[in-house]
Each structure stands twice: as C-alpha cells, then as structure tokens.
Design a protein around this ligand. Structure first.
Ligand SMILES: Nc1ncnc2c1ncn2[C@@H]1O[C@H](COP(=O)(O)OS(=O)(=O)O)[C@@H](OP(=O)(O)O)[C@H]1O
Length: 414
C-alpha cells in the first residue's frame, strides 16, 4: 500500500522563523542514556534502526560487558567494543559518566534520556527484578506493600543490585541514590547538572509527544520516529497500586520523584512552546503512520502480543527475567516473505527485535564493516569523513521510502 503524509514538514508555528526541519541536515550524533523500566528499549530500537538506515556507527559493549556497558559500574570508554569506534550513537544501558562520554562522543553530540512516573516505574522494577535484587527477594510473599511499609528492613545500600530498589533513575544518571531526602542542596545541584547536560529529557507517559520534540531537536523525519512498543509485561504480571502506595513510592524514591516532577513540567513547557495544535497534529500523523506500518508487517492486522514461549522465531523472543514475570513480544506471520522484498522483511524484523538479539546483530554487522574498512583504509586515517544526511533515497522498490518535496513527505510501503 502507499500512503502520503502531507504537512508533516510544514513545521510548527513556533518554528516558522527557523528553516523547516525537512531542509536542515539530520543530527546524527546522539547519546541516549537508557534508564531502566522507562520505555528505553523502544527508544533504543528506534535509534538502532536510525543508525542502520544512515550507515552510522553505534558504540556497543565489549563481550565481557554483555549487552550493557558493564552496568552498574560507572561507564568508561574501555567498555566500548573497538569495532564500534568512533561512534555516532550510544544507547545501551550504562551508569552515566559525563567525562568519559565527552571523551568518547563527537563534540556536537546531543544528550537525551527518558524518565517515568515513579509509582508505575517502581512497580515495574519490583516485579522485573524480584528474583535478582536481594532487597526485593527478602520481602515475604513478594509483597510490594510489605517492602514499602519498612523499606530499611529489606534494603541494603551497598549490596549487589541495590540500584533497582531505590532511586534507580538518579543512579543511572550517575547520582547518589542514597542521599537523604533532606539534602535539598544535593538534590537541586544534581537536577541542575542533568538539565545542563541533557538537551531533551523524554517522559515515558508522553512518549509520542516526547518523540515530536526529539524530531524537532534533531531535524528528523516522521520515518525516523516510528516504533513498536517493546519489553512490555503481560497484564497478568502487572499490579495496580493500592491507595497510599504511590506516595510511599515517591517518599522512598524522593530524588527520582523530584527529577520526574521537574522534567515533566519542562517537557510540557517545551510542548507548549512548539504549539499544542502542532504537537497534536504530529502525534496524530505518527500514530497513523505507525498503524499502517504495523499492518503492513503483520499481514494487514495489528500484531498479536505473545509471551516468549509462544514466539517461534528465537531472534524475536524477549529475555525473561524469571518464571514469575511474562515479557511479551511479537512474531511475524509465516507468509511475510510473500510479496515483500528482503529489505521490507528486514525492516519488519528489526522493528520488533528484542534488545539482546539486536545488539548482537548490530555488533556482527559493524565488526564486518570495520574489518572491511580496515583493509581498505590508509594507515593514518581513523575516522571516515561523514556527510550530512538529509534524504533517505529509495534503495529498491520497497519502503519505507521517504521522498522530500517542498513541505511534503511521502512514505511508501509496499
Ligand atoms: N512506547 C512506550 N510508551 C510507554 N511505555 C512503554 C513504551 N514502550 C515500552 N514501554 C514500557 O516500558 C517498560 C520497559 O522499559 P525498558 O525497556 O526501559 O526496560 S529495561 O530496563 O530495558 O528492561 C515496560 O513497562 P512495564 O510493562 O510496566 O514493565 C513497557 O511496557
């Protein structure tokens, strides 16, 4: 099928004084701090696909670090696989370390991260890491209520995996998760530092709105922000919070709660500066394009969510933290290959590929490219010249194909 989206590039009123995003080169140097349980895997997948489409280099962890940069150790460039240097994009889990990233990434790198509302985030952490994190394992009957009743009875600040049990966002951002709530000076200074470093702090509850801001910040196209939700739990693995729990979670994770409140407010200020009508229009177009893409990948219907055991293709099975939590994923229809070019099949596959498998695939392809480049490169040239990227030209007859006209984007999916 084919679809034409008009007006996506007409720009928003607040941006009319700037060149339309369609005419500016896309910004390609991005450090996305992948925080835990915040929709960050969905973002990572989007960034991996952007990197592949544009032939960019993604910094990936050395094998000894697994698919994360040796989290929870503080990030250092020694954790980066040499075949993935010099990078344009970095997005795998890490504990943020500004000085090391500044050394590794190009000077014009945009720093981006994502936060989630502390109540739902903590419920997700508590369920996902229940069998790993001792602070959670100690709690009788795995009861979230019991933990929050007396957190200090179960929590040990210095033990392994304690960062999943308190102020996980603060920890991921490089901060001190155990600063007391009364240390307002620390909290303010930490917040100011995050504000200084990150050009955009996305909010998981307003994922699409955050993507609209991201698109404007980076001069990206609609095609670049299409995604499928990844790493979701089944409804039966989720618990609704009983009255009183959200405020206990906020009190226990007070640094995270402060971060969330601050950046949620600043997200809405940025959205309002862009223009609510413009944001709503772009969100609508994004959702429509997303639905079309999904239908095209899943034989005309919306995909059925499946638990890992039901997924036949092992490249598409998400990692399960324990038998007690069900993480859902997707399977592609068996007859997808009929009428689809290999490029279109690849797009559908990558769109739903879980983090661990995609990291492996990307490392393999980048290592191959590195070895080929190494053979061809004169000895002293370390960084190939990079051209600004604007138009993704059709590389065959199958999409997504984005053609730029004045103020119009056409996405063609066959
Ligand atoms: N687009 C979008 N919008 C809102 N929420 C989303 C989205 N994509 C994923 N999710 C939810 O994010 C949770 C998984 O987060 P992460 O991928 O960051 O987890 S992980 O730390 O990498 O394991 C997980 O939350 P829970 O289901 O509550 O556990 C996902 O359902």
């Amino acid at each position: 099928f084919s679809m034409t989206i008009e007006a996506f590039h007409l720009g928003c009123p607040a941006l009319r004084s700037h060149p339309a995003p369609g005419l500016k080169p896309k910004h390609t140097n991005v450090a996305f701090l992948k925080t835990h349980k915040t929709a960050s895997t969905t973002m990572q997948n989007l960034l991996f696909r952007f990197a592949e489409r544009n032939n960019l280099t993604v910094a990936l962890p050395v094998q000894a670090c697994s698919h994360q940069f040796c989290y929870p150790r503080s990030f250092t460039s020694h954790f980066v696989h040499p075949h993935t240097l010099p990078p344009n994009i970095i997005t795998s889990h890490m504990r943020f370390n500004k000085a090391e990233l500044l050394r590794l990434m190009p000077n014009d790198t945009m720093y981006i991260t994502i936060l989630r509302e502390p109540g739902s985030m903590f419920e997700s952490l508590f369920s996902y890491y229940n069998q790993y994190c001792q602070s959670f394992k100690r709690v009788p009957n795995g009861s979230l209520e019991a933990f929050l009743q007396e957190p200090w009875r179960y929590y040990r600040p210095d033990e392994k995996d304690s960062m999943y049990a308190r102020n996980t966002l603060t920890f991921d951002l490089g901060g001190d998760k155990d600063r007391p709530a009364t240390d307002v000076v620390y909290a303010r200074a930490f917040l100011a530092e995050v504000e200084r470093v990150f050009s955009l702090v996305m909010i998981a509850e307003y994922f699409d709105e955050s993507l609209v801001l991201l698109r404007h910040l980076l001069s990206w196209d609609l095609e670049d922000i299409l995604y499928v939700k990844l790493n979701m739990r089944t409804p039966s693995s989720k618990r609704s919070l009983t009255p009183g729990l959200p405020s206990k979670i906020r009190a226990w994770n007070s640094l995270d709660a402060r971060l969330y409140d601050h950046f949620n407010a600043s997200l809405w200020r940025q959205l309002s500066a862009l223009g609510p009508a413009c944001v709503a229009r772009e969100v609508r177009l994004l959702r429509r394009a997303q639905e079309r893409l999904m239908r095209s990948c899943f034989g005309g219907r919306m995909p059925l969510l499946r638990s890992a055991a039901q997924i036949k293709n092992k490249d598409l099975r998400p990692w399960q933290p324990s038998g007690k939590v069900d993480i859902v994923g997707y399977d592609l229809p068996i007859n997808l290959s009929r009428g689809f070019s290999s490029q279109a099949q690849e797009l559908c596959l990558k769109l739903i590929m879980p983090e661990v498998q995609y990291t492996r695939v990307l490392l393999r392809s980048q290592s191959l490219r590195y070895r080929r480049g190494y053979q061809l490169r004169p000895p002293q040239q370390s960084r190939p010249l990079q051209q600004p990227i604007r138009t993704v030209l059709p590389r065959g007859d199958i999409g997504p194909i984005v053609r730029h006209r004045v103020g119009i984007v056409c996405i063609t999916l066959v």
